[in-house]
Design a protein. Structure first.
Ligand SMILES: *[C@@H]1O[C@H](CO)[C@@H](O)[C@H](O)[C@H]1NC(C)=O
Ligand SMILES: *[C@@H]1O[C@H](CO)[C@@H](O)[C@H](O)[C@H]1NC(C)=O
Ligand SMILES: *[C@@H]1O[C@H](CO)[C@@H](O)[C@H](O)[C@H]1NC(C)=O
Ligand SMILES: *[C@@H]1O[C@H](CO)[C@@H](O)[C@H](O)[C@H]1NC(C)=O
Ligand SMILES: *[C@@H]1O[C@H](CO)[C@@H](O)[C@H](O)[C@H]1NC(C)=O
Ligand SMILES: *[C@@H]1O[C@H](CO)[C@@H](O)[C@H](O)[C@H]1NC(C)=O
Ligand SMILES: *[C@@H]1O[C@H](CO)[C@@H](O)[C@H](O)[C@H]1NC(C)=O
Length: 493
């Protein structure tokens, strides 16, 4: 649950209990059940949500213990966010694999399942043939559409002061890459943030996910083949004996069952989607902690070596967004605007983090064992609905810091401190130092990724956006379903 929603439940829960149990004592200080202002537990840090990588429900990043609110004496004056779409149904390829493994189970003609799979006597598959693939889920506690809306509603409380509700004829552009589920998330977020004014105020810009956009893109990629030897290796090697153990265990509990390690992987992946869609999954408990940790690590390796800091062009691809962000932050809110809400895929966020140098492990991830503690936990980086939020802070002087402009990077609601720059209040980094540090390390996207002068050379749509309201609503999509590629210049791709 999002922090605001969790607080709301806590507040409502406590209030209703107090009313129910102290009916004759209005105004007393007694609170039942006895609750501590600060929980002393911290006993069990285990949650499967931290071992399903980017496949399952959102969870906040494990915090470093820095308050999410601006440091004393500081106010946020500009926000740049890059958010992934919300929880969703599986894509067609994984869905086909789930079906293969399920067919293997049901093909045994078992009349009564026993052991860990006993629940299969009642369970039904949750993906209807050919429907909903790729789209966000809409029911249950982990519904993707809810994620977009509630996130927008929370940010409306946090950053609503950056939107002047009294201004007439205001246009605030939002930016979504041209993919159905991403555009849907952007719209839900906008409805949550701007409420009844969403349609009047927002101008949704849809940026095509096409190479002809060059650097003017939320989803840039290199033109030439990816140089990803480690990434290619991952698919071929069998790194995880845990999956074999799980297969043997389940096969031993049910006669004729002949699952192998690929089936285990498929079924674990399926259970993440069952959480997204159904909100509850019996499958999660079929597998042990060790097996979930192994599954999570397969996801971490893939992000790290195929799209993150372990991919030779990872930082280069991420430099497009990083460089443009530096420009915005240095121009500031008066010149360029205050709210920049951007929406894309998981694999577009991991390169940006690499370019900013956050969440990058000091050593390459090992492929012969699972490191603990895990230095690159993708569930903490790009769960469904994962997001990077950059805050520009204007701060008064404190005893140890100068007045001025500072920056904080917040990943899934955890403020991420820079080890190399903490010269501002609350572990923020001065904008000048941040700019110097990041810009010096940015590789050149255009030359490194094989583009020539005929392609757009840098990200430009934050400044030259379209003010049309045509794409704010679903009914106005020229391509109503599927991947729906549109251009922000208004022509179909
Ligand atoms: C900074 O100081 C001024 C003058 O005391 C005060 O009005 C303002 O509220 C302070 N800003 C913040 C964010 O606390
Ligand atoms: C299960 O039943 C189907 C249909 O009766 C049959 O074709 C198949 O061979 C059976 N499978 C096994 C493993 O007995
Ligand atoms: C707002 O837009 C309307 C219609 O286009 C126009 O008549 C009006 O002058 C505008 N108001 C301001 C303050 O720009
Ligand atoms: C916001 O919505 C309210 C209610 O519909 C409307 O009165 C107001 O003019 C809107 N503001 C803007 C800036 O469009
Ligand atoms: C598991 O079985 C499937 C066929 O059901 C096969 O395609 C796959 O390669 C097998 N995986 C392993 C690791 O043997
Ligand atoms: C960085 O962005 C600025 C403007 O946003 C642009 O002029 C410049 O060419 C970009 N640099 C690179 C290396 O992309
Ligand atoms: C903005 O989008 C509209 C509607 O799709 C299109 O007709 C128009 O040409 C676009 N304007 C610009 C400046 O690109």
């Amino acid at each position: 649950m999002s922090p605001l929603a969790a607080n709301l439940v806590a507040v409502l829960g406590a209030a209703s209990l107090a009313v129910a149990q102290t009916p004759n004592a209005p105004g007393t200080q007694n609170r039942y059940p006895f609750t501590k202002q600060y929980d002393q537990g911290f006993l069990d840090g285990y949650s499967v949500l931290k071992h399903i990588g980017g496949q399952g429900p959102y969870s906040n990043r494990v915090s470093y213990g820095i308050s999410r609110d601006p440091p004393d004496g500081c106010a946020v004056d500009q926000v740049i966010m890059l958010k992934r779409h919300g929880e969703r149904w599986p894509d067609p390829n994984p869905a086909a694999k789930f079906q293969v493994s399920l067919n293997k189970i049901y093909g045994t003609n078992q009349t009564a399942f026993t052991g860990a799979l006993e629940f299969l006597n009642r369970w039904k598959y949750f993906v209807p043939e050919g429907r909903y693939v790729r789209l966000e889920s809409y029911n249950g506690p982990y519904a993707g559409l809810l994620d977009g809306y509630i996130h927008g509603a929370e940010y409306g409380v946090r950053y609503g002061h950056l939107w002047d509700q009294t201004a007439a004829n205001l246009t605030i552009p939002m930016f979504s890459s041209g993919y159905e589920r991403i555009l849907t998330t952007a719209r839900k977020f906008g409805e949550g943030f701007f409420g009844w004014n969403y349609t009047d105020v927002v101008a949704m810009n849809v940026i095509p996910e096409e190479v002809y956009m060059g650097a003017n893109s939320l989803t840039p990629t290199c033109l030439h083949d990816k140089d990803t030897p480690m990434c290619d290796l991952l698919g071929k090697s069998n790194l995880h004996p845990q999956f074999k153990v799980a297969a043997a265990r389940l096969n031993g509990q049910n006669e004729k069952l002949a699952l192998n390690s690929s089936d285990i992987y498929n079924l674990m992946q399926m259970s993440a989607y069952e959480l997204n869609v159904r909100g509850y999954s019996d499958w999660v408990n079929v597998f042990t902690l060790d097996e979930w940790v192994a599954f999570g690590y397969t996801q971490d390796l893939s992000y790290y070596y195929c799209n993150g800091p372990g991919y030779v062009n990872g930082r280069t691809v991420g430099s497009v967004f990083a460089n443009a962000s530096l420009t915005l932050l240095n121009q500031g809110p008066e010149k360029s605007g205050k709210l920049f809400f951007n929406f894309c895929h998981d694999t577009n966020i991991t390169p940006v983090l690499a370019a900013f140098g956050i969440a990058s492990p000091p050593e390459p991830l090992p492929i012969d064992h699972i490191p603990f503690p895990n230095p690159y936990s993708s569930s903490d980086i790009v769960p469904m609905g994962g997001h990077l939020t950059m805050e520009r802070l204007t701060c008064n002087a404190t005893a140890i810091t100068k007045p001025g402009t500072y920056v904080r990077l917040i990943l899934n609601e955890a403020v991420v401190p820079y080890t190399g720059c903490q010269d501002g209040p609350g572990y923020s980094c001065s904008l000048a130092r941040f700019t110097e540090m990041v810009s010096h390390s940015l590789p050149d996207f255009i030359s490194t990724c094989g583009f020539d002068h005929t392609y757009p050379q840098y990200l430009d749509f934050w400044w030259n956006y379209n003010t049309t309201r045509d794409y704010n609503r679903e009914t106005q999509d020229p391509i109503p379903a599927g991947e729906g590629l549109l251009t922000y210049k208004g022509t179909a791709a």
